[in-house]
Design a protein around this ligand. Structure first.
Ligand SMILES: NC(=O)c1ccc[n+]([C@@H]2O[C@H](COP(=O)([O-])OP(=O)(O)OC[C@H]3O[C@@H](n4cnc5c(N)ncnc54)[C@H](O)[C@@H]3O)[C@@H](O)[C@H]2O)c1
Length: 277
């Protein structure tokens, strides 16, 4: 499919590593999703991206301005920005692709209620992960009895995380071997490492049992990839899914696969054949 169809105008909220590459690649692929509006808290980021794109999307000065120029919204900003973006998009009946899945988990009831009220869908891409198809199938009949995710990244991937203690900051600079930064539930992980554990939030949502998920966050000075390992056991059997991702060049916290997962979602949305559940 090529050229833009009515109803496929896409606004980006967040023009960083994910937003800018998704926009450029949608254009390169001649997707029917055409980026028509950009909003970023750093105006310059939106201006730079707009110049790069042939579609010359409108650079908006506020979140609310985007809604006159789009049919769909891609949130690729932050866990903090995702809630107001999602609420406004749903109220305007604009389907929303949400990268900051941690925000969805924190406000799941409220956002699901709004989505139903305005009959507008929220899409949570698989992001930097594989294995979610298996988890979603596993919970259809019988119970998942245990589930964990261990995310391991090079130390530079945790720079600026709000939950780092002073000792952890020192360890990130000095330690020569891998160490745990966090072990606990998914809600604590999102609060302490919001830019690193969207994968844990997505896993929790896909499993349908967020309270059961054990989250481990590891800094490994020897790591060159961002690795996520999901392990689940239940009536279905046992599942282990390991993804080793190259960090994005623009943002080492983000895996390149997360960008590609958003593209795959847009491909699925415009396709007449779907593969996988
Ligand atoms: N679901 C996943 O698997 C997955 C994987 C990687 C990243 N993420 C999440 O996706 C989001 C985007 O990631 P990224 O790597 O592109 O980040 P990035 O830091 O490279 O870019 C984020 C952009 O959003 C802008 N921004 C921040 N707050 C804003 C606000 N309130 N309104 C408008 N713009 C705002 C920033 O200025 C920046 O340009 C992050 O929340 C990240 O944690 C999810």
């Amino acid at each position: 499919m090529s050229s833009s169809r009515p109803g496929q105008r896409l606004a980006l909220v967040g023009c960083g590593a994910i937003g800018s590459l998704v926009a450029e690649l949608l254009e390169k692929k001649k997707s029917s999703f055409k980026v028509t509006a950009l909003y970023d808290a750093r105006l310059e980021a939106a201006q730079v991206l707009s110049k790069k794109l042939k579609s010359k999307p409108k650079v908006c000065r506020s979140l609310f301005e985007i809604f006159s120029h789009c049919d769909w919204v891609l949130e690729a900003a932050s866990v903090k920005a995702a809630l107001p973006t999602a609420e406004a998009s749903l109220r305007k009946r604009k389907p929303l692709v949400m990268m900051s899945t941690g925000a969805f988990l924190l406000h799941q009831k409220q956002l699901t209620k709004l989505a139903k009220k305005y009959k507008t869908k929220i899409y949570l891409p698989s992001g930097a992960l594989c294995g979610l198809d298996g988890l979603k199938a596993a919970r259809q009949i019988g119970a998942i009895k245990s589930i964990s995710i261990t995310s391991t990244k090079p130390p530079r991937g945790f720079a600026g995380a709000p939950g780092l203690t002073s000792a952890q900051k020192r360890a990130l600079e000095k330690n020569k071997s891998a160490f745990y930064l966090y072990q606990g539930d998914v809600w604590g992980a999102i609060k302490r490492f919001p830019a690193n554990v969207n994968v844990a939030a997505t896993t929790a949502i896909a499993s349908g049992q967020p309270e059961m998920l054990k989250v481990r966050v590891v800094a490994d000075p020897k790591a060159t990839m961002n690795q996520h390992e999901i392990h689940a056991e239940g009536d279905f059997g046992e599942l282990t899914a390991i993804t080793r991702n190259r960090p994005s060049k623009m943002n080492p916290r983000t895996s390149a696969l997360a960008i590609q997962a958003a593209l795959a979602l847009f491909e699925r949305l415009e396709s007449y054949v779907e593969v996988g559940n």
